[in-house]
Design a binder for this molecule. Structure first.
Ligand code: NAD
Ligand code: LMR
Length: 327
């Protein structure tokens, strides 16, 4: 039997976790033969609700689950963690941008970054879902003294899936035919879903969808505004699709990426790729290598339109960083 992997999930009694935890426990994230220890963090007033979630997890009798720890103490929750999935934070309401949450949520990631550095495994991976996820991830990174910068990630795979689904619908093909989709920049309304490198059925998306006005206009806008559209329709932010993307991001990060393709995840920009600024958590095309390391896909040509869109999103990330400096 494999050694169990310890997965810490914060916000464990929340909406996303209510989908996420059961799929992690079923083996959908780390594999059907990988035992897991689940460490679940909540704020004290939500411990009773978390108790109910743990009862339901118990009642699934998942064979891979070795132990479940439910706590309101970050030191206990992050103890020996291999994966720290930081979901816990307040979602936005209709009419807000995700960055409007920085004042409320940002401070959570100060304490959690410190608790991770002090308690989790030194080679643990930190993956932030709670919004605004890119800058929250940067806050956690700055506070997790001693942990490698390259082990910090924030979620933009949901945006990639949204983009793939829009392209597939427009082209009238199954979504699995859409590959090489990059989200550049911030998980926000400035993100750039890059249709110029996307492929449909192995061909450039721009050859299959020749309506460039749609690609440059409605397509980008729909992806950028999808989170807000879901809040407007559901009265609550995306949860099941967010849980799916969170799970699939970790799966992508632990599984060698199929030849020729890549996936979107936000990670630390060291300033050496595509002229992106140094010191932000920026979404980029990423591959997982056979040895488990991660590389940014290099050599993609960015036309003037793409460069302008990416620059606008990076500018926003720099502004968010400036807002939290000193946090
Ligand atoms: P939710 O309100 O249903 O659940 C959040 C949970 O976090 C609550 O149970 C709350 O008690 C808990 N929490 C708050 N502060 C905490 C702390 N300091 N420690 C531990 N737990 C804490 O919200 P949700 O729908 O699950 O969404 C969670 C976050 O994920 C939101 O910020 C939302 O905007 C974000 N989100 C991000 C993406 C993405 O693509 N990156 C997608 C969807 C949602
Ligand atoms: C999403 O993209 O669905 C989430 O970030 C929630 C939101 O606030 O839009």
């Amino acid at each position: 039997m494999k050694t169990p992997v310890t997965v810490t999930v914060t916000g464990a009694a929340g909406n996303i976790s209510y989908s996420l935890l059961f799929r992690i426990a079923a083996g959908d994230m780390l594999g059907a033969d990988q035992p897991v220890i689940l460490k679940l963090l909540e704020i004290t007033p939500c411990l009773e609700k978390l108790k109910g979630v743990v009862m339901e997890l118990d009642d699934c009798a998942f064979p891979l689950v070795q132990e479940i720890v439910a706590t309101d103490d970050p030191a206990v929750a992050f103890k020996d963690a291999d994966w720290c999935m930081l979901v816990g934070s307040v979602p936005r309401k209709a009419g807000m941008e995700r960055k409007d949450l920085l004042g409320i949520n940002g401070k959570v990631f100060v304490g959690q970054g410190k608790a991770i550095a002090e308690n989790a495994k030194p080679d643990c991976k930190v993956f932030v879902v709670g919004n605004p996820c890119n800058t929250n991830c940067l806050i956690a990174l700055h506070n997790a003294t001693g942990l490698p910068k390259e082990n910090f990630f924030a979620m933009t795979l949901l945006d990639e899936y949204r983009a793939k689904s829009q392209l597939a619908a427009k082209a009238g093909v199954p979504v699995a035919e859409v590959t090489n989709m990059t989200i550049w920049g911030n998980h926000s309304s400035t993100q750039y879903p890059d249709f110029t490198h996307a492929r449909i059925g192995g061909k450039p998306a721009t050859e299959v969808i020749t309506d460039s006005e749609w690609l440059k206009g409605e397509f980008i806008k729909t992806v950028q505004q999808r989170g807000a559209a879901i809040i407007a329709a559901r009265g609550a932010s995306s949860a099941a699709s967010a849980a799916n993307a969170a799970l699939m991001t970790v799966k992508n990060l632990v599984t060698p990426t199929p030849e020729g393709d890549w996936f979107s995840v936000s990670s630390y920009s060291d300033g050496s790729k595509y002229g992106l600024p140094e010191g932000i958590i920026c979404s980029m095309p990423t591959r997982t290598n056979a040895d488990g390391s991660h590389s940014i896909v290099e050599g993609l040509e960015l036309d003037a339109f793409s460069q302008e869109k990416i620059a606008a999103s990076c500018k926003e990330l720099l502004e968010e960083r400036a807002d939290v400096l000193g946090c």
